[in-house]
Design a protein around this ligand. Structure first.
Ligand code: NAD
Length: 358
């Protein structure tokens, strides 16, 4: 497989590969689109079995960031960095300084942040070599943990989904949450406060106990969450929660959660729709986190302090966009994920045309 015939290639503007002999850094930065602004997306460190798999991930994830940033109405394009390596054993300050040089080499077309395997502390090292880093701590522009903002968006999305699919408010509605980590934990507390009944699971027993104690949630084993008698299924753990094995077991009317890549493949999205379930597209409902990060990029660019009011305004706008996705899906009798993808692509194309005409 080469770059251009990879199934994950979709008109990416640039793909940059970096090797640093001294630290062993092997990194790929994929810039999918800068039509709406500089590409933004986190850096993932993962022990990919081959460079080919790392490239595919960078291509796929950077394209997803273009869609997510467009739906969040941010003046940002989509990009992603992947570092090939084991984050438990291979991290050094020098490695992340070298990564910072790689980001700097892309010349401001890509802003990096945290993703799987990369922490704010790692990014502080990258920051020594480049200014195009967000998701830091301890300075006026810092945006802090994005999870509460993500969870607030997911909470409002669940509320919207319940209104649309069940014609009622959250009080007395049962929500099954898979994964009560950062996002799922905050979500559980918000839903509990709104009067929803909760069924929760996690592979981490401590997190599970803490949330169950706080919210009175019923606890089930990880594999049993798909059989829960619930109105809403909220995937907040890993990707692929809705797949050919789990979908026939789900009894809910609404699927709305914080996890990325909830549908194992696009065909499952069609099957969800055909079963009469309302799916709130993951990269729209969970866009609060990237809005928070964008608030930091904006503050750094303007040499200003982080402005939570700007973030709140963008989150309100995101919820309007989410409602528009549901409206169009209903009016056009099409699955919500298809409508969202189409809207995201149209926003990117429009920005590219405006840029070309300027
Ligand atoms: P997290 O690691 O804090 O929480 C995930 C939780 O899921 C953990 O408690 C983990 O033990 C649990 N889990 C893992 N496998 C499980 C399984 N098989 N069954 C049940 N529980 C399982 O991560 P997070 O920051 O809360 O993110 C959760 C999801 O939301 C991820 O998919 C992430 O990519 C996505 N997301 C997060 C943010 C954010 O702001 N944190 C923003 C957008 C998207």
């Amino acid at each position: 497989m080469t770059l251009f015939d990879s199934p994950a290639f979709e008109g990416h503007e640039g793909v940059h590969a970096f090797f640093d002999e001294k630290t062993g850094l092997k990194c790929i930065i994929a810039v999918h689109s800068t039509a709406r602004g500089p590409a933004a997306g986190g850096c993932r460190m993962w022990p990919y079995a081959s460079a080919e798999l790392a490239l595919e991930d960078a291509l796929r994830l950077s394209r997803a960031m273009s869609y997510k940033n467009a739906m969040a109405d941010l003046e940002l394009g989509g990009g992603k960095a992947v570092i090939i390596g084991d984050s438990r054993t291979m991290k050094t300050p020098a490695l992340f300084e070298a990564f910072g040089r790689a980001v700097e080499d892309v010349g401001g077309k890509y802003w990096t942040a945290e993703d799987v395997g990369v922490s704010p502390a790692d990014l502080m090292h990258a920051r020594r070599s480049t200014r195009y880093v967000a998701g830091l701590t301890g300075h006026a522009a810092a945006s802090g943990d994005p999870s509460p903002v993500t969870a607030e968006g997911v909470f409002r999305g669940v509320k919207l989904g319940v209104e649309r699919a069940l014609g009622r408010g959250l009080a007395g509605v049962t929500v099954a949450i898979q994964g009560v980590g950062h996002v799922g934990g905050f979500l559980a507390e918000k839903l509990h406060a709104a009067g929803a009944k909760l069924i929760v699971t996690d592979v981490n027993q401590d997190a599970l106990r803490e949330i169950a104690d706080k919210t009175g949630a019923q606890v089930v084993a990880p594999n049993m969450i798909f059989d829960a008698e619930a109105d809403v299924f909220a995937p907040c753990a890993l990707g692929g929660a809705v797949n050919a094995d789990t979908l026939p077991r789900l009894r809910c009317k609404v699927i709305a959660g914080g996890a990325n890549n909830q549908l194992s493949d696009p065909e499952i999205g069609r099957a969800v729709y055909d079963r009469g379930m309302l799916y709130l597209p993951d990269y729209v409902i969970n866009g609060g986190g990237i809005i928070n990060v964008a608030g930091e990029i904006r503050a750094l660019d303007r040499t200003e302090a982080f402005d939570p009011n700007w973030v709140a305004g963008k989150l309100d706008r995101l919820m309007e966009t989410l409602a528009e996705v549901l409206d169009r899906s209903k009016a056009e009798h099409r699955p919500t994920h298809e409508v969202a993808n189409e809207m995201a692509k149209a926003r990117i194309t429009l920005a590219a045309e405006q840029k070309a005409a300027a």
